[in-house]
Design a protein around this ligand. Structure first.
Ligand SMILES: [Zn+2]
Length: 154
């Protein structure tokens, strides 16, 4: 869990090249984040994600949503939910320059809600699944996007 007191603190979680694309109009401060926070651009086409791995700095990713996913059931790479319709699709983000990386996940990043639903249904604790989810998000940010999760060099 981490807390972002102001919009500037939230923007600092993003890489400088992403900051101008981030829409902050729908959030209120202080923003207390459990696991992660995700929100869509009100104009569509983008979804934003801020998370922190254990011991890491708050890290933001600005995704392009690339239109609707294929209308067949697909599995989210992060929460492993199988979602019918267009719920799972390709989100892409800039690595550097024109290089982009993508991941097939819940296009609204509602992974947390999906894991909570499963936990409520089965009576299991949601924490182990949630920790794996944040680990997978961190691996994508660090391996695919080359973001330093310690916050260094941002
Ligand atoms: Zn998901």
């Amino acid at each position: 869990m981490f807390k972002l007191d102001t919009a500037d603190d939230l923007l600092d979680a993003f890489r400088p090249k992403d900051r101008k694309t981030v829409d902050l109009t729908t959030l209120t401060y202080p923003l207390v984040v459990k696991d992660y926070v995700a929100w869509p651009h009100p104009g569509g086409g983008k979804v934003f994600l801020v998370f922190a791995t254990p011991g890491g700095a708050p890290t933001g990713i600005a995704f392009d949503t690339n239109g609707a996913g294929a209308s067949v059931p697909a599995m989210c790479s992060w929460c492993h939910s199988s979602v019918a319709g267009t719920g799972v699709g390709l989100l892409t983000a800039t690595v550097n320059g024109n290089k982009r990386a993508g991941v097939h996940v819940c296009t609204d990043l509602s992974c947390r809600e999906k894991l909570e639903e499963v936990a409520n249904r089965t009576g299991a604790s949601v924490r182990p699944a949630m920790e794996k989810l944040v680990t997978r998000i961190g691996q994508f940010a660090s391996d695919a996007l080359k973001i330093d999760l310690s916050g260094a060099g941002r």
